[in-house]
Design a protein around this ligand. Structure first.
Ligand code: FES
Ligand code: FES
Length: 195
């Protein structure tokens, strides 16, 4: 019996893929080299740059630090899966509108991270930049310091940070407006309620 490889199925961007991988294969390598989903980039391969960020069950994760076998049964979303068909995700559109990239190498990870950051903030999660983390203080406003802190796991060698912060702020405002018009509000402590 071969104990060094496993037959797994990965659910990526709503599609199920069956493949046999060496047990040491990272999710990043499986995505890029086995599934040809090369939008996710390999920067440091050590969990330090964020270029490989994907969403695992809706939460951001460095795919270079995840084993493909451990992703079985989980929902993986890569940059190829964040858009709604031909319609860009609002975060992608904001990166275009605000010039949030230069070479673009970090962009897929930045966008995936920002999608999750906006969700995390809307759910009331504090960050290291949050001055008052008591539940009764309610969610902090997503100001530049909060965005910088929450996006600090994503490095950009080109230094497009100023525009990235503007893009994330714009997409977050749009998401908040859409939640408001849908009657969805966040209570102190982060509980989301629907009117
Ligand atoms: S390639 Fe994964 S964090 Fe750098
Ligand atoms: S745009 Fe070049 S690394 Fe970020």
């Amino acid at each position: 019996m071969d104990t060094t490889s496993s037959a797994i199925s990965l659910r990526v961007n709503g599609e199920t893929y069956s493949l046999t991988v060496d047990n040491r294969t990272t999710l990043l390598d499986a995505l890029r080299e086995r599934l040809d989903l090369t939008g996710t980039k390999k920067g440091c391969d050590h969990g330090q740059c964020g270029a490989c960020t994907v969403l695992l069950d809706g939460r951001r994760a460095n795919s270079c630090l995840q084993l493909a076998v451990a992703a079985e049964g989980r929902a993986v979303t890569t940059i190829e899966g964040v858009a709604d068909g031909e319609r860009l995700h609002p975060v992608q559109q904001a990166f275009l509108d605000f010039d949030g990239y230069q070479c673009g190498y970090c962009t897929a990870g930045q966008v995936c991270s920002a999608v999750a950051v906006i969700e995390e903030h809307a759910a009331g999660w504090p960050s290291a930049a949050t001055a008052d983390v008591r539940p009764e203080a309610g969610p902090p406003s997503l100001d530049d310091d909060e965005i910088r802190e929450r996006m600090s796991g994503n490095l950009c060698r080109c230094g497009a940070y100023v525009s990235i912060v503007r893009a994330v702020a714009a997409a977050a405002s749009q998401a908040a407006a859409e939640r408001e018009s849908a009657g969805d509000t966040v209570q102190a402590g982060g509980a989301r309620v629907t009117a």
